[in-house]
Write a protein that binds this ligand. Structure first.
Ligand SMILES: *Cc1c(COP(=O)(O)O)cnc(C)c1O
Length: 388
């Protein structure tokens, strides 16, 4: 029996995002050996492309062989030893996940909380850091995919630099869609995932470590508790030595290489502008349908648009009709947003005018069927004004 060909569902949820055929084709190429000289060349080129997208010169920049969460785990297990202190910003699911992973490292975790839909307050962060001694790491989520909030990074960096702590940034839903700018912003460790704004299928977690982070890593007294994610092994394979550690997911790396090449060809600035434009058009169209955003304009993410489900509309009913009758996927809310919020991703290859328009048309049709009266034509016209 052969795999039944999957339907072409338009992925406008919180990830994975639509993968361009060029990336899928690269992924289907002949599998080389993981110690093959031609593959080594592809590894080096992939890391160079990652430096370009992260906007960094960091020598330790490579994709971890697992999904985005493994980037989070790789950052935390390599830095945190039992008894270390970590301060983590929590304003959604992914900050909460960071807390969980950091505490599994044996660290003492201090949370800085913000309401869902709001960014972390740098003043509160500063107060928290002042009240503690010897905090080793501060973690924040740049693009909180569970709420659609963009964390302003500069004020966080300004605070963290007053203390001798490393800054870890989750850029899973921002890298390739909005500026992460690792060197310009002076971020110490940043990780991402293939399947959001980078536009590759899930399976790799690009990560970068700056010199300050590597120094802290060198000062460790205990062994890294994870054999698989131990940075000293990973850098020996990804570096010049090519020391065998685990078999790299060869074809996934082909896909990432191709997706990154497409980003380079488009240009970072144009790509960021594209993400911003289509998000604005979507929001204008949704507003005309009576669907409003969760996050204030100032802190809105272009890659993930969180919107309130209109009064009286059943979340599951709408999303299943969207999937079944229109072949479109959007995301539901998590935690306190469950049943109340939709999460609409316009990431990577998904961030296009035809997708915005197709979604607005489909939504207006279903909303009207479910008793929420609205005009699809008006929504398209409002979105169209943004494109003028
Ligand atoms: C998706 C996501 C992750 C986790 O990535 P996986 O690939 O699902 O493991 C982590 N952080 C954020 C902000 C995400 O959006």
């Amino acid at each position: 029996m052969h795999l039944k060909k999957p339907q072409e569902v338009l992925l406008l949820g919180p990830g994975p995002s639509p993968v361009h055929p060029r990336v899928l084709e690269a992924m289907g190429q002949h599998t080389l050996g993981h110690l093959d000289p031609d593959f080594f060349q592809i590894m080096d080129q992939t890391n160079n492309l990652l430096r370009l997208v992260f906007e960094t010169k960091n020598r330790i920049t490579f994709p971890v062989s697992a999904t985005g969460s493994a980037g989070m785990e790789a950052a935390l297990v390599n830095i945190l030893e039992p008894g270390d202190k970590a301060v983590i910003g929590v304003n959604g699911v992914f900050g909460q996940r960071m807390v969980d992973v950091a505490s599994r490292c044996g660290a003492e975790v201090i949370e800085v909380d913000a309401e869902w839909g709001r960014p972390i307050d740098p003043e509160l962060l500063e107060k928290t850091l002042s009240a503690q001694s010897k905090v080793k790491l501060v973690g924040v989520v740049h693009a909180e995919t569970s709420t659609g909030v963009q964390q302003p990074l500069e004020p966080v960096v300004d605070v963290v630099r007053k203390f001798d702590a490393l800054l870890l940034v989750d850029a899973v839903t921002s890298l390739g869609g909005l500026p992460v700018a690792v060197d310009r912003r002076d971020l110490d460790i940043v990780y991402s995932g293939n399947q959001k704004c980078l536009g590759a299928p899930p399976g790799l977690a690009p990560i970068t470590f700056g010199e300050r982070a590597l120094e802290k890593f060198q000062e460790r007294k205990s062994k890294v508790q994870s054999w698989y994610l131990d940075l000293s092994f990973l850098t020996r394979y990804w570096g010049e030595e090519r020391f065998y550690h685990h078999t790299a997911p060869i074809n996934m790396i082909y896909a990432l290489f191709e997706a990154l090449s497409m980003i380079k060809e488009e240009g970072l600035e144009d790509r960021f502008a594209r993400h911003s434009l289509h998000s604005k058009a979507l929001i204008a169209g949704l507003k005309a349908l009576g669907v409003n955003t969760v996050v204030s304009e100032q802190h809105r993410l272009p890659s993930l648009n969180a919107v309130w489900i209109p009064e009286g509309i059943d979340d599951a009913q709408l999303r299943s009709s969207l999937r079944r009758d229109h072949l479109i996927e959007i995301g539901g809310g998590l935690g306190p947003f469950k049943g109340k919020v939709w999460r609409i991703g316009l990431m990577g290859n998904g961030s296009r005018r035809e997708n915005v328009e197709r979604l607005l048309k489909a939504l207006s049709e279903i909303l009207n069927n479910l008793g929420h009266k609205c005009s699809g034509e008006e929504a398209l016209s409002e979105a169209g004004k943004i494109y003028q």
